[in-house]
Write a protein that binds this ligand. Sequence first.
Ligand code: FAD
Length: 402
Amino acid sequence: MSKVRHFAKKSSLNYEQLRTFVYSKETLDVQNKITQELRKWGVSCSQSLDNKQIEKYRKRSVINFLNSFNIVQSYKDMSSDEDVTVMLICLLALFDPSASILIAVSSIAFRKVIKFMGTRKHLHYCDAAFSGEIIGAFCLTEIGHGSNIKLLQTTATYDNINDEFVINTPTFEAAKCWSENLGILATHIILYARLITPDGEEHGLHGFIVSIRNAKTLLPHPGITISNIGEKLALNGSDHGFLVFNNYRIPHEGLLNKFADVTKEGVYSMHKDEHQQLFTSFAILVTQRISLISIYSGYSLPITLSLRYAAKSLGNQSYQYRLIPYVAMGYVGIMFAKKLREMEGRYIDYQNDSENVKSFLFGIEMLMVTSASKWLYTTLSRHYSSDCFEASQKHAYLQSTY
Ligand SMILES: Cc1cc2nc3c(=O)[nH]c(=O)nc-3n(C[C@H](O)[C@H](O)[C@H](O)COP(=O)(O)OP(=O)(O)OC[C@H]3O[C@@H](n4cnc5c(N)ncnc54)[C@H](O)[C@@H]3O)c2cc1C
């Protein structure tokens, strides 16, 4: 019997019961099946590549990303399609974080924005992204504008003669950048741009769905300059890109028009006041923060490795005192993320009805809680990863230890 199992047997805590309490039996069944599937692919956390071999990294992550569509299709009847996708993202994050992010953006973020800001005519894009027929990206950040979204410069000018929007990148600072999936993969993007009507009036930032590449050849359409942003310190299997538009035309239906619209003649109408319009447009960031919190709060690999090493090699109590709070933190995080995901449904319904003061206040509360806890969990997971690494004198991370 391995030492880990030996110690697990001595514990007064029934860990199977604990797992069932935390995740539910149905969730564990799907998780186990997905994990077995991932193992069949031959991916493993010990599979390291030379940092210089970016192409190899990318190829591996893209293959894992493409395979993931089959997994979601296979298990979608056992749980909701979104739940299966979130489980897959969290599990794959342990094996191949880059592939996990590729899926998170195309299958979760991209589809959520459409469901949230689009109308019935846009829903077919969600199905196509779910089946992998199209690949989505989310383009908010510009080279010169990150957190301060009010300064974003990309424009979408409505041309009422041709019934189209003309998209432009007015300056180099306005080039979209850092968007995941954008460099080589995405066929469609959610674009945030300033909407301008034919009378020259500007109406602030709006979301659009834009086809950027031929889905078969993956070549960009004319009027679009696009590339991967190149080597990064980490996550080199993921596909961050930049994008410049030059008089690029999209159909009128490209405007995600749940909260505001433009008539064929070019008359703008808004279903909310300017403040609420901006607030609801970016409410989607709340749901993206919840996805990130789900991934990082349950990011258990460092603590699992260190605890196993502790059980195997050390009776050292100070080591245990150092690690146990992280176990507690992991469990609290998983439960907290689960609660946030339950509240997310209510949050989206409320956003559609933000005339109601109660729903508006709930929206603000969710904005604050998710902003703070995204920071908290990403920062804590970075801190505890390195502390677990150091606490085990790095030995826990050696393949030869096991
Ligand atoms: C791995 C990765 C993936 C990404 N994926 C995407 C994606 O898919 N789509 C997309 O659109 N973008 C993406 N981004 C971009 C990301 O959203 C931006 O990096 C982020 O919005 C911050 O913008 P910035 O980098 O320009 O930093 P800045 O906004 O310039 O901020 C720099 C620093 O200043 C601080 N700061 C900024 N404003 C204030 C203020 N008012 N008061 C006090 N301090 C302030 C910030 O906290 C930060 O420390 C990604 C980035 C990374 C690293």
